[in-house]
Design a binder for this molecule. Structure first.
Ligand code: ADP
Ligand code: MG
Length: 318
């Protein structure tokens, strides 16, 4: 029996109840085999038994979990829309509110890693090793304002290195299982593309936050992102939802920004957050100091806007 056929056998499928021991290779391969991926859908939900210490084996599925971290991916294939800024500052705002937070840097540029004062070139093991070599994610976490699973420049090669791996879309989901019970929130920063790294983030996520720079052109990309999300839902993660669309870099003085927000609201209604992130130089200054804006200028309106966003997400329910 061929390798792929073997993985298609029922005992290799996740998402079923009452199956015995953990298996060496879970059913991720089913995605390549024509739609079985849906049966493994609930596997992204934290396993209630999985979180003790260093759960290395793929955990068996359980009922949709009520415990474990809420996993949020920050995605928009356009660069410069404040994905990294939002991932970091919202993560720190959650931490300020008393939550345990892991931020995962899935962008080979390593901006999130840098913005916590860590040099991606000095990082020995990074998310590359987690995704490609199955290194436990705990091994690449550094403790700063929040815990950061670091990126390094190697990560640029991860998509190619993962491309022949069975279950390549689920590498991050699998890695995160071991730490879901250690955190309340996992915030994943993604690169400006809809490639395999972003697909890994969307597959591992419960929710997606989409930062959008308020100008017409950047909003067109939202349709493309929605199409990708539909595909992810069909094949890999049926429950992933948009938590909200966040207007960023808002210049309140311009009519253009106001109109852009109106268009967003006409098209996406309540999914647009009430919080708006205004343009201010503080956001460029803080990363230079290796800190969030909440630490850099705690009383400022920039910090306050991310606290507001945290409140909005928390009120949306866990
Ligand atoms: P992305 O991760 O989507 O590429 P970044 O978070 O790196 O975007 O932001 C792009 C640039 O814009 C960075 O230089 C960042 O400091 C700056 N920036 C982000 N948010 C704001 C803001 N609200 N006001 C002004 N500059 C911002
Ligand atoms: Mg970025």
């Amino acid at each position: 029996m061929g390798l792929l056929q073997r993985f298609a056998r029922p005992e290799y499928r996740l998402g079923r109840e009452g199956e015995g021991e953990p298996v060496a290779v879970p059913a991720q391969s089913s995605v390549q085999e024509g739609g079985d991926g849906v049966s493994s859908a609930s596997s992204f939900a934290p396993d209630v038994h999985a979180g003790q210490q260093h759960q290395q084996q793929p955990s068996q599925p359980s009922e949709p979990a009520t415990t474990g971290a809420k996993v949020i991916a920050f995605a928009n294939q356009k660069g410069g829309v404040a994905k990294t800024t939002t991932t970091l500052n919202l993560a720190v705002a959650f931490a300020e509110a008393g939550h345990r937070v892991l931020a995962v840097d899935l962008d080979p540029q390593g901006n999130l890693t840098m913005s916590q004062g860590i040099d991606p070139d000095s990082v020995e093991k990074s998310m590359y090793d987690v995704l490609v070599n199955n290194v436990p994610i705990r091994d690449v976490v550094r403790k700063r304002e929040i815990d950061v699973a670091c990126a390094s420049i190697d990560l640029a090669g991860a998509e190619i290195a993962m491309s022949t791996k069975i279950g390549r879309e689920r590498s991050l989901e699998k890695a995160l299982k071991a730490v879901l019970d250690d955190y309340d929130f996992v915030c994943i920063d993604t690169p400006p593309s809809l490639g395999l790294l972003t697909i890994n983030a969307l597959t591992a996520a419960d929710k997606v936050i989409v930062p959008v720079q308020c100008e017409y052109l950047s909003m067109r990309g939202l349709i493309q992102l929605q199409n990708t999300l539909s595909m992810i839902r069909e094949e890999l993660n049926p429950d992933v939802e948009i938590e909200g669309i966040l207007p960023t870099l808002v210049d309140t003085r311009t009519v253009h920004a106001k109109e852009a927000i109106e268009i967003l609201e006409e098209n996406f209604g309540e999914r647009v957050f009430a919080t708006r992130i205004r343009k201010t130089i503080r956001f460029a200054e803080a990363p230079v100091k290796g800190t969030s804006v909440l630490k850099y200028d705690p009383e400022g309106s920039a910090a306050e806007s991310y606290r507001e966003l945290a409140k909005e997400v928390l009120e949306n329910g866990r």
